[in-house]
Structures are given as C-alpha cells and as structure tokens.
Design a protein around this ligand. Structure first.
Ligand SMILES: CC(C)(COP(=O)(O)OP(=O)(O)OC[C@H]1O[C@@H](n2cnc3c(N)ncnc32)[C@H](O)[C@@H]1OP(=O)(O)O)[C@@H](O)C(=O)NCCC(=O)NCCS
Length: 172
C-alpha cells in the first residue's frame, strides 16, 4: 500500500473487476496502450487481477490500483523489474473522467520512490506512442529524461508507430 497526498495505491481485488472493465474498456485507454484489449470483454479483468499475486511473488512485477482518498478507483500503475540489471519499466492508465488532475504523476512519484527504495532499482524507464504527449508529460513530471525515439517500433491496429523512450537513474 502506498499513500500520497490525494491517493492510495493498493493491490487490486477481484471485486474491482467491473470497475476495471468499465474504465479500461473505454477505447481511449486501449488506443495508446500496448497490452489493453478492446473490446474489453467480460472475464478479462478478473483474469488480469488474478495474475497479480503470482507476478509479485518474485518481487519483480507490482501492480497497484490508484484510488482517491474516498476509495474511488481511478486507474492502474505497474512496474515490471529486471532485478538482475536493477531496472524497471513503468506503465499506467487513468480512467478518462479523471484525466488532467495530476493523478498519474502523483501515483508515479510514489511508485518511483518504491522502486528506488524498496526494490533498490538503479533505473526506471517508460515509453509512449509519439502521438500520446500527455504520457510524455507524466514522464517529464517524474523526472525522466527523453532518451530517444524508436521509429516504427510498434504496430498498433496495423499501423507502424514511433515510440518515445524515457528513463531516470536513481542518481539523476
Ligand atoms: C497518459 C495518462 C495516464 C495521463 O494521466 P493523467 O492522470 O491525466 O496525468 P497527469 O494529470 O498527471 O498529467 C497529464 C499531463 O499531460 C498534459 N496533457 C494533457 N493532454 C495533453 C495533450 N494533448 N498534449 C500535451 N500535454 C497534454 C497535462 O497538461 C499534464 O501535464 P502537466 O502536468 O505538465 O500540466 C492518461 O491520459 C491515460 O490513461 N491515457 C490512456 C492510457 C495511456 O496512454 N497510458 C500510458 C501509456 S504510455
């Protein structure tokens, strides 16, 4: 459990599945993420949530539900670490109704602290589609530096797209 000024980051529970399906099922979430399906069918959220415990068992992949202090679930954030190399990839989404409140940046700061502190990471990195500048703003807010643009790196709905790569070292 991680706490920030306005947010509580907690593990997902199976009871969150309908809310996840509602928020992540919005096509605007799948549009700029790599792993979120669309349509987001019944059962998919339950399947995703039921994997989380096993992912955390090796201390290398953690997923949090981002909740406001009134316990409203507004999004998700995760890190997938390669502990041998001391690095982790950061990913996130926020339900559309809650965009531009600073929630993702606030949750991201707490997860970065967890990564450098509890996990002892050396580097945390993230990537976004070139056409998703809001995610780039979040990465900048997290103190990451833009490290490059990988041209045509991903194929999204049949279209080759550029990916912008960001990273921050513990020592930055
Ligand atoms: C990207 C996303 C997680 C941001 O969540 P959020 O809670 O709105 O983020 P924040 O409020 O902390 O920050 C958003 C920043 O983007 C900026 N922004 C918003 N729309 C923008 C746009 N069209 N162009 C440029 N910047 C934009 C905001 O001004 C803010 O920047 P600031 O802090 O410098 O003012 C959210 O838009 C989302 O879930 N998108 C769909 C899923 C996704 O793309 N996930 C990330 C995959 S890499």
């Amino acid at each position: 459990m991680l706490k920030t000024e306005r947010l509580l980051l907690r593990p997902f529970a199976l009871a969150d599945a309908p809310r996840v399906q509602l928020l992540a099922g919005d096509p605007r979430i799948a549009d700029t993420t790599m792993a979120i399906p669309h349509p987001y069918l019944d059962g998919m959220a339950e399947e995703w949530i039921s994997q989380h415990d096993a992912l955390w068992r090796d201390r290398d992949h953690a997923v949090w539900a981002i909740c406001t202090r009134d316990a409203t679930l507004v999004g998700a954030i995760n890190i997938a670490a390669n502990l041998r190399d001391g690095r982790a990839w950061l990913g996130y989404w926020i339900g559309h109704a809650y965009w531009n409140n600073g929630y993702c940046s606030e949750a991201g700061r707490a997860v970065m602290e967890f990564g450098y502190g509890y996990l002892g990471l050396h580097r945390i990195f993230a990537e976004h589609l070139l056409r998703n500048p809001a995610s780039g703003r979040v990465m900048k807010n997290l103190g990451m530096r833009q490290e490059g643009i990988l041209r045509g790196h991903v194929k999204k709905n049949g279209v080759h797209e550029d990916l912008v790569s960001w990273g921050r070292l513990r020592t930055d």
